[in-house]
Design a protein around this ligand. Sequence first.
Ligand SMILES: Cc1ncc(COP(=O)(O)O)c(C=O)c1O
Length: 399
Amino acid sequence: MLEKATGLLRQSLVQPSGRSGVPPFMVMDVMAAAARLEAQGRRIVHMEVGQPAVGAPSSAIAAVRAALGNGAHGYTETLGIASLRRRIARAYAQWHGLDIEPERIVVTTGSSAGFMLAFLAAFAAGDRVAVALPGYPPYRHILSALGCEAVAIDTNADSRWSITGESLLAQHRIKPLKGVIAASPANPTGTMMTGDALRDLIRCAEDAGIVVISDEIYHGLDYAFTAESAARFSQETIVINSFSKYFCMTGWRIGWMVVPPALVRAIERLQQNLAISVPTLSQIAAEAAFDSRDELEAIKRGYEDNRRILVEGLPGAGLTSFLPADGAFYLYADISRFSNDSHAFAKRMLEEAGVATTPGVDFDPIHGRQFLRLCYAGSRADMHEAVARIGAWLKDGPR
Ligand SMILES: Cc1ncc(COP(=O)(O)O)c(C=O)c1O
């Protein structure tokens, strides 16, 4: 108003900082485009967003309903409600036969906050941290926003699309690394590291003084073989996990870390200042979610069916090559027979076939031009419909 009135063109005093200039998460653009088509009455099969189609398990909902009546919803201890930390520790004994002290468990606002805490606690500005390509984009973007350098390491089929001890040390020799992020099952590939591969990576990294952060957010969603926790191999590894995926609680924003004893107090101080504590109702829901094991296992079996429908159906539909779909709920398909521009290809597939997917360039700026990520967390009917639509579209030749 003032500018109009005075006719002066002033630059705003507040400008985005250099470090806020992280790239956008393109999947959100695909979601927005899909929503626009739906608003015009089009039916879209959603395979773009990586989240369960169902809500939180019934025991979580019941616990929150009960808690709403008792009025005790204030801040909690910064590291999390003690009974939840004990329950998470007990899960390591049940799932992996591991004895983890509850004092090493930190409850976080989703694993996203866990990454921020881990990076702030373990790295200084300027530190170099290795990340796999293709890989989950926020690893790179959070690191760069915090002034660290994300060092991309290309992966391939020989290493099951993961960073190996050898590829890590090769980078370390070029210029020393301070950290590395491992992810199994991984996003966007859905591939998993064998226990031996994870142990070898941790041994090589720690011998060289490199801190390992293990993203285990897709644990519980493993089909090819059982996912191994990095907590088995070292107390010095930072393990990150979440209630978002296996427990179907994305919007509750709740996760956890298993941290080396030497970092507990530093992370507590950081979380005291950054967040005070994690949302109380979400913590109550999370603790109760462990009691819905049968319900959650049934959902997992649904993903396994979906995976089979795609693995068996997509080759006949024309997508003949994809990475081993070991776990999580992603299939990373090679589209190089059709296009070298996954962004344009995904856009056309959405508009012409009505199937929303995520272009690989979100996860790997170079090779991702030839890949699409398909999320199979939807319904079985959606999977059949997606295969049929993609098949018909590719048969006619993408317009
Ligand atoms: C590999 C990976 N890590 C971490 C996250 C973050 O999840 P949240 O913050 O919901 O725990 C995601 C979300 O999609 C993911 O795919």
